[in-house]
Write a protein that binds this ligand. Structure first.
Ligand code: GAL
Length: 461
């Protein structure tokens, strides 16, 4: 029996653009994802999120699915342009009412909401009028939007996450252009990351000064990081793996826990890495009540050296790969999900311990972990043993980390439902529930039952 600590948070996660649909209903303004998905060639099979899982109209049914699993917590995101159609100024009361009903439904089932304020769907008006996250004014608009959410929802929300994965917004959105807004640059990712960090700091400041004492909640940020294992035990490869982790999660974790970017980034990026003002630094240091981590996979890291180029890197457009001088590769024997991501439970334990050491033993919450594979519905049932094994083995690794002293407080499966998987459209299925997109029908997969049993046991048998 591998029992987890009492009160461990067992959850599942989604994000607004990936599930809601109703892209132009109920007074919602368009977001950069509504626009980006219309550019031919950007999304697999030309898919988009106009309908998605139709969660906007099926919210009660989806909360019932959570209740049936015995879920303790549900992580979802608010679509900024549903509550503020142009990102600033006017409030859309119909949008507020939707999230209010969702919060009430969760409360009625004793499910704790974990609310992400920004999961990539920036109001389109802010992109077109202000250049989006490249603009140093964006953090103030984000803080104003955050204040609205604290005001309207803070009586029922005790766990806030400012941003989901600023790394993805910076790299996939502004370095290799795979995600909205589709920019390609070697300079913008660092400028955008800087504004995202400032936005996080300002929103946390608003919460702490104006709401936290009265509402009694917690606020943090969610970062993603893939593990980097030294390819050989040479000093050069060990240094490469460390450097890759610092360029990945250190980029965002260090300013929040230590007050500045990692020294290795400063050395290699020169004036492309912005400087924090004293005011920014003060807002950022200590600005997360927990370390939110989205973890899926990892790769070997080797020192790139002169003879290799960044082109073979999975994320490579030259830019960040060359900045790091790290060559990434997979072991051909590793099992992979349909995303092509290696399944590495041992890497989960190593990354948790790396974060624990680097940031002084913070409370950590795995805000996403999950496995993509297409498993058909046969006679009303979905057999997905690989997903169930993924969840179980990653949780074994989490349990080991806890046993060894890591303060892991919670775990959220990505995702509650099959949904719109960004550039992959609906071709990738991460859900504990199968979604038939033609009818909207949800079917619990076997993994949903396995996870429900884990929750009921507060651990693994
Ligand atoms: C994360 C992201 C989610 C989901 C997941 C699977 O990076 O936060 O929205 O798409 O990856 O790719």
């Amino acid at each position: 029996m591998k029992t987890f600590p009492t009160g461990f948070t067992w959850g599942s996660a989604t994000a607004s653009y990936q599930i809601e649909g109703a892209w132009n209903e109920g007074g919602k303004g368009p977001s950069i994802w509504d626009a980006f998905t219309q550019i031919p060639g950007k999304i697999a099979e030309g898919h988009d999120g106009t309908v998605a899982c139709d969660h906007y109209h099926r919210m009660e049914e989806d909360v019932a699915l959570m209740a049936a699993m015995g879920l303790k917590a549900y992580r979802f995101s608010i679509a900024w342009s549903r509550v503020m159609p142009t990102g600033r100024g006017e409030v859309n009361e119909e949008g507020i009412a939707f999230y209010s009903r969702l919060l009430d439904a969760l409360k009625a089932h004793g499910i704790e909401p974990w609310v992400t304020l920004y999961h990539w769907d920036l109001p389109l008006a802010l992109q077109l009028e202000l250049d989006g996250w490249r603009n140093p004014e964006l953090p103030d608009h984000f803080a104003a939007y955050a204040r609205l959410c604290f005001e309207r929802f803070g009586d029922r929300v005790k766990h806030w996450i400012t941003l989901n994965e600023p790394w993805v917004v910076s790299i996939m959105g502004h370095a290799n252009g795979v995600m909205a807004p589709g920019r390609v640059s070697n300079r913008e990712p660092y400028a955008v990351a800087h504004q995202l960090l400032r936005a996080h700091g300002k929103a946390v400041d608003v919460y702490r000064r104006e709401f936290q004492a009265e509402q009694g909640g917690q606020i943090g940020i969610t970062n993603n990081c893939d593990w980097r294992e030294p390819k050989t035990d040479s000093a050069a490869d060990q240094a490469a793996a460390q450097r890759a982790l610092e360029f990945f999660v250190g980029w965002f974790g260090d300013p929040i826990y230590h007050g500045d970017y990692p020294a290795v980034m400063r050395e290699r990026l020169g004036d492309r890495l912005p400087q924090f003002s004293d005011e920014d630094r003060a807002l950022l240091r200590g600005s997360s009540d927990f370390f939110g981590l989205n973890f899926y996979t990892g790769l070997y890291a080797a020192n790139q050296g002169e003879e290799t180029s960044g082109e073979s890197n999975p994320y490579g457009n030259g830019g960040i790969s060359e900045d790091q001088d790290v060559e990434l590769s997979a072991d051909p024997t590793w099992k992979k999900s349909s995303m092509g991501w290696p399944v590495l439970p041992w890497a989960c334990e190593r990354l948790l311990k790396w974060i624990d050491r680097r940031y002084g033993h913070p409370p950590i919450v795995i805000t996403e972990n999950g496995f993509a594979q297409d498993n058909p519905v046969v006679d009303g049932r979905v057999a997905d043993p690989d997903r169930a094994a993924f969840i179980t083995t990653y949780l074994e690794a989490c349990h080991q980390a806890i046993t060894d002293g890591v303060d892991l407080r919670g775990y959220f499966v990505w995702s509650l439902l099959d949904n719109f998987e960004w550039a992959c459209g609906y071709t990738q299925r991460f859900g504990l529930h199968h979604v038939d997109y033609a009818t909207g029908r949800r079917t619990p997969k076997d993994s949903a039952r396995v996870y429900a049993q884990i929750i009921a046991n507060n651990g693994l048998q």
